[in-house]
Design a protein around this ligand. Structure first.
Ligand code: FE2
Length: 370
């Protein structure tokens, strides 16, 4: 049974005697709980490759404390004398490129692939991103709007000599899913391992926190340690597309089970002098749980940026979205970048409460830190 988020939130709030979650809720329990030596990067730039919206050429760049925001307009290179007949494209999906640096060592990590290969390939080409420059990739979870575009990087038949490492959080990434979004609920499909290999990826299943390309780290399985519940709008079919003997015991031998997002990962960085940057992707285990996990692993409490889809839409409620805004007020990250499935309730309320912290992503936006 999922925890009743609203009930537990109210009870704990009463105990604390406050309207918002106490900051103690976000502190790692012990430094000893950290299970990975997390590298501290000197600089990090995130580029939004796929998200819902584009904005065109009218948004200004921003120079903020600890963050430069650079807009990409239509994606047309500077200095062109004619407008391009191509433009950046938005879709229901998420993909973020992370460029980090420690001293002279630069690393490039691709987090998720969006929904379609066409959009990812189009946006990468317009933004001038050479696929061969990517060192590693992470797939946050086995949903089509995050893996569907994987062939957009090297093509569907890449025949690469060097396969790109692709970190996933568990075997259940590959199980067939049914989306609870219609009547009858449509089959979402499966992520095909042989198609991944053909498209140039080498799958690495990593349910524990994992260093990625020496400079990033994944959360591994995200425990439900805050008031947030797991909220996933899919059901999973053990044994269809995945090896059910590799799944948790209670999920084996069943034709269909509720999805609990056990395999879902966040991808994170520790940035020198600024704090943690957490790329939450879709937050089906909860964006607060994801941040907390990054804090425990790294032993760092300061959060510089939380970016991604926070999934504060159904099956979560508007009340839960409001409560998450309260929790962000207590966490006090420097910046929040709500993408993809975050939902309007959170965005509107967060803009009202702390407008200076909210950065709207838009496809092609680059967020430069350090
Ligand atoms: Fe998603």
């Amino acid at each position: 049974m999922p925890v009743n988020f609203a009930a537990s939130f109210d009870r704990r709030n009463l105990l604390r005697g406050g309207g918002a979650l106490g900051i103690a809720a976000f502190l790692p329990r012990t430094a000893a709980a950290a299970s990975l030596k997390v590298p501290v990067v000197d600089a990090l730039t995130l580029t939004v490759l796929t998200d819902s919206g584009t904005f065109g050429p009218f948004l200004s760049d921003l120079d903020l404390p600890g963050l430069k925001v650079m807009r990409a307009g239509n994606g047309m290179p500077q200095g062109n004398s004619r407008m391009s007949d191509k433009t950046l494209m938005g879709e229901f999906g998420l993909s973020v490129l992370a460029d980090s640096k420690i001293g002279p060592a630069q690393r490039r990590v691709l987090v998720d692939f969006g929904y379609t290969a066409e959009v990812l390939a189009n946006n990468m080409a317009l933004l001038g991103i050479d696929p061969a420059s990517i060192d590693a990739s992470v797939l946050s979870h086995g949903h089509l709007d995050h893996y569907g575009g994987f062939a957009g990087v090297f093509g569907g038949d890449a025949q690469r000599e060097r396969l790109l490492p692709l970190y996933v959080g568990g075997e259940e990434t590959f199980c067939e899913r049914v989306a609870m979004i219609g009547n009858p609920p449509p089959v979402m499909g499966t992520l095909d391992r042989s198609a991944l290999r053909k498209a140039g990826y080498e799958v690495r299943i990593a349910p524990d926190p994992q260093l990625v390309a020496d400079q990033a780290f994944t959360t591994g399985i995200i425990p439900l340690e805050t008031e947030e519940r797991a909220a996933i709008p899919t059901r999973m079919r053990p044994g269809v597309g995945c090896d059910q003997t590799s799944l948790r015991e209670d999920k084996r031998g069943q034709s269909e089970v509720a999805d609990d997002g056990e395999h879902e990962l966040a991808t994170c960085y520790a940035v020198n002098g600024l704090g943690l940057v957490v790329i939450a992707s879709c937050s089906h285990r909860g964006v607060l749980n994801s941040v907390r996990r990054a804090q425990v692993i790294s032993g760092m409490t300061k959060v510089h940026m939380v970016i991604g889809g926070f999934h504060l839409v159904r099956p979560r409620t508007a009340e839960e979205a409001q409560q998450t805004v309260d929790a962000f007020a207590a966490m006090n990250p420097d910046y929040i970048v709500p993408m993809h499935c975050t939902g309007e309730v959170f965005i509107e309320e967060a803009l009202r409460r702390f407008p200076g912290k909210i950065i709207r992503p838009y496809v092609g936006t680059r967020l430069q830190m350090g």
